[in-house]
Design a binder for this molecule. Structure first.
Ligand code: ADP
Ligand code: GLC
Length: 494
């Protein structure tokens, strides 16, 4: 199958969160299954810098606002998966991140930047694509940044031949981000005005990229089975639950896999002492080195709690701030936090570190190396998210022998098995699941985890269970392949 995988970030080229991890590893797993897959991504400076063996492939002309863009063909470092980068100096070649400038303000022209990403994907899959020897069977879109692709594909395709046209699949990684913009962008993006209606791109008077994707895509998936159900409810649907529910029988939740080349404690390039479940001594060494690096008291008996996260409301870390005093009063524990995001959360954690200098280390910013060292050096990973489409960190925690404390939602619920008498007995326990998402439950669940940590026999079982999980992409890639096949064979016209 020829698959065009459209994404706004992919590790190791550019990363702000889990979407990059997915885009960096999932296409490689599909290629292993003998699919002919190419990634399409904006040509940010880091992307143009890091792709290997790059050369000019073709030019696309007459694009709204920008005229021409170049398509550069290269390869992903490590996996060698082919990458097509859209080179447009005016759209993508600037300092700052993929979505925001250096001060964290969203780029004002994001509708055009991601509208063009979406349109290029559709043009490359159209009959008159300049790549007429590589027309994809499947165009796999990810999140709102690519949400207009299915819409453009729908408007472009010749209705008489629709059954044979490439099929679009949208994976929703996070319903909270929808890409909603004033209606004036419709004309700027060459979108037909008649599509601006309830059965189309319109969402409460605005143009919604995500709604466009959900409405026009031939297939829809989410990053975990539980999240696929949750987004059909008022609580998790962020206003789109009605539309999702209408297509509920078609939506599949497929749990993300982990890039086990990057996230494997026995080969991790950032660790000073590799380890695996048979030889765990390295883990204690990593803990001591981490404590020393962070200026915490070096002591392997003190339980070290780890957090690596975007600091946003979604991640529920305000609950941890609320119960921190009680946690430190009742337990001999330390906390390391790595993350950045909302001002009040950053400040809250910085104040906590000032209050408990020997026990709390707070690192504001983005640091790939430290994130791996925290995963290996901590004893327990904390992730009390209010919602979590999949979540990758809890899975890294499992593989690194750092059992996670998680809330009972989305991919967290699908990947962590709570510790209790029964799951210890049948050796399935892998972590600690909160019964509800509130401060008391978080405190109670961390306390339960610390109790288990203090019982070496039980702790060994829990760690081993997690580390032996098969969390790579093999099974999920097969699930997606099945979905692609069903879409290709489907006679349904969208
Ligand atoms: P989300 O995509 O919602 O942020 P995930 O758990 O799916 O959550 O993925 C987050 C990814 O981003 C993980 O690979 C995690 O290690 C990484 N990450 C988040 N914050 C930081 C940070 N400050 N420094 C380094 N890596 C980070
Ligand atoms: C989003 C979600 C996260 C998920 C990631 C990759 O960022 O917040 O839960 O793991 O996408 O699917």
């Amino acid at each position: 199958m020829r698959i065009l995988f459209v994404t706004s970030e992919a590790f190791p080229l550019i990363k702000t969160g889990g979407l990059a991890d997915v885009s960096g590893s999932f296409p490689a797993a599909l290629r292993k299954l003998n699919n002919d897959i190419r990634i399409l991504i904006p040509g940010y400076p880091a992307v143009l810098d890091k792709i290997l063996n790059s050369s000019h492939l073709c030019t696309l002309s007459n694009l709204p606002k920008v005229g021409d863009v170049q398509i550069i063909l290269g390869e992903m470092p490590d996996s060698g998966v082919p990458v097509m980068a859209i080179k447009s100096a005016v759209l993508y070649e600037r300092d700052g991140g993929p979505y925001a400038d250096v001060n964290g303000n969203d780029w004002e022209d994001n509708p055009i930047r991601f509208g063009i990403l979406s349109l290029v994907a559709a043009r490359l899959s159209a009959e008159d694509s300049p790549l007429n020897d590589w027309i994809p069977h499947i165009v796999h879109c990810n999140d709102w940044q690519t949400g207009l692709t299915p819409a453009y594909m729908h408007f472009m395709h010749d209705t008489r031949k629709k059954i044979d046209q490439p099929k679009s699949l949208l994976t929703i990684h996070n319903m909270a981000f929808q890409g909603c913009y004033p209606a004036k962008w419709l004309a700027a993006l060459d979108l037909p005005s008649e599509s601006f209606q309830l059965d189309g791109l319109e969402y409460y008077g605005q143009l919604s990229f995500l709604k466009a994707g959900i409405f026009y895509a031939n297939g829809i998936s989410t990053a975990s089975p539980t999240y696929a159900k949750e987004i059909q409810t008022d609580e998790y649907g962020f206003g789109l639950q009605g539309l999702i529910a209408k297509r509920s029988h078609e939506i599949r939740g497929i749990l993300n896999g982990v890039d086990t080349r990057e996230w494997n404690p026995s080969t991790d390039q950032y660790l000073h002492a590799p380890y695996d479940f048979k030889k765990m001594r390295g883990k204690a060494k990593n803990k001591k080195l981490l404590q020393a690096r962070l200026g915490l008291a070096v002591d392997t008996k003190t339980v070290l709690l780890g957090v690596v996260s975007r600091l946003t409301h979604q991640k529920g870390l305000d609950l941890l701030l609320e119960c921190a005093d009680k946690l430190f009063l009742d337990n001999d524990c330390q906390l390391v936090v790595l993350g950045s995001g909302e001002e009040n959360l950053q400040r809250g954690f910085e104040e906590l570190a000032k209050k408990y200098p020997q026990r709390v280390s707070v690192n504001i910013g983005y640091n790939e190396e430290l994130s791996h060292q925290i995963m290996a050096g901590s004893d327990i990973f904390i992730m009390p998210s209010r919602f979590e489409p999949c979540g990758l960190n809890q899975m890294y925690g499992l593989l690194y022998g750092t059992p996670p404390v998680v809330s009972n939602t989305g991919g967290l619920a699908d990947s962590v098995i709570d510790t209790n008498q029964e799951t210890i007995h049948n050796k399935t326990a892998t972590g600690f699941v909160m019964k509800s998402i509130d401060t008391c439950q978080l405190l109670a669940t961390i306390s339960r985890a610390i109790e288990s940590f203090n019982d070496p026999k039980i702790w060994k079982i829990i760690k081993k269970n997690g580390m032996q999980q098969n969390l790579d992409w093999s099974e999920s890639a097969l699930g997606y392949q099945e979905m692609y096949c069903a879409l290709i064979q489907s006679k349904e016209i969208k």
